[in-house]
Design a protein around this ligand. Structure first.
Ligand code: HEM
Length: 271
């Protein structure tokens, strides 16, 4: 068999460009300064948004699989979600190379822009169950974004889907948890903590044990992302306030203390 790559294409494009709109993708980088470090910040910001989008899609798939009682496929997809979170977390290693002076050289170009206004990230927090309606406010005048963010706010989270599944399997999940305003912050319940602890009795190989561990792997990975964001920000801007209007590190430290899937963490105390 001949080893000959295809070098000639009839049209004004190549199949590779067409498949992933590569030319469009590579035309979307517009740093606002000549500062040498801005392209790193700019491209990594875009990379993170793409990964937020990928992760959001995977988590919506997990939710649908749990709704369909397909625990094995849900666990499989959660494994991939965890790997995507690891990739997201590694991007802080690159951003951490920005010296404060390098960042200062273009920081004023950001104006009031901040990751705080990342709607993909907000939707991700919502599908993971961290429902804070106030965080959707920045998007209310951006019609096409507002619709998506509101949808994610009102929809059940992956955690809700898991709790409904446990209830279908006979766990005593209270109605106050199963039927509630899904756009309001989730409140932990001792009966849910007990239900998760029960899933650990059977051990590895049992499907809801595997589900519990796959969910906590995602929760822990997500907390790592938040913690490394905090550390990277502290290293770069120290005690300065954020471009999004918060105290900066102090605000991020509080955010990093939050845990998704709360009773999966607290159930450890019962085991
Ligand atoms: C490397 C330089 C960065 C610094 C100094 C920084 C700083 C901050 C600060 C101070 C906040 C708090 C809100 C505010 O007042 O702005 C924040 C929030 C946030 N940042 Fe960053 N950030 C950086 C990079 C990034 C990147 C590249 C992303 C990914 C797109 C990102 C995503 C976020 C998100 C999603 C929030 C909101 C967190 C939440 O809601 O819990 N940040 N950032």
């Amino acid at each position: 068999m001949e080893d000959e790559p295809y070098l000639d294409f009839p049209g004004p494009s190549t199949p590779y460009i067409d498949y992933q709109s590569i030319d469009v993708l590579l035309s979307l980088q517009h740093p606002l300064s000549e500062a040498p470090a801005e392209p790193t910040f700019y491209v990594l910001g875009q990379v993170k948004e793409l990964l937020f989008k990928l992760l959001y899609g995977e988590l919506c798939t997990v939710r649908a699989l749990l709704d369909a009682d397909d625990v094995a496929q849900a666990v499989w997809t959660l494994r991939r979600a965890r790997r995507v979170i690891e990739l997201l977390t590694r991007t802080w290693d690159v951003l951490g190379t920005l010296a404060p002076t390098e960042f200062n050289a273009f920081r004023e170009q950001l104006g009031r822009a901040s990751g705080f206004q990342s709607y993909m990230y907000r939707m991700l927090e919502y599908v993971l169950g961290n429902k804070n309606a106030a965080m959707a406010r920045p998007h209310r005048r951006v019609a096409h974004v507002h619709v998506q963010v509101q949808e994610a706010l009102q929809a059940p989270s992956v955690y809700d889907a898991a709790l409904h599944l446990l209830a279908r399997r006979g766990s005593a999940i209270p109605d106050a948890v199963l039927v509630r305003d899904l756009s309001a912050p989730y409140e932990s319940h001792p009966a849910v903590e007990r239900a998760w602890a029960d899933q650990y009795v059977a051990g590895p190989g049992d499907d809801t044990f595997e589900l519990a561990e796959a969910l906590i792997a995602v929760a822990e990975g997500f907390s790592r992302w938040r913690c490394l964001h905090l550390l990277t920000v502290e290293r770069i801007i120290g005690t300065k306030s954020g471009t999004g209007g918060t105290t900066g590190v102090q605000w991020l430290r509080r955010a990093a203390e939050h845990r998704i899937f709360p009773e999966l963490w607290s159930a450890r105390g019962l085991l």
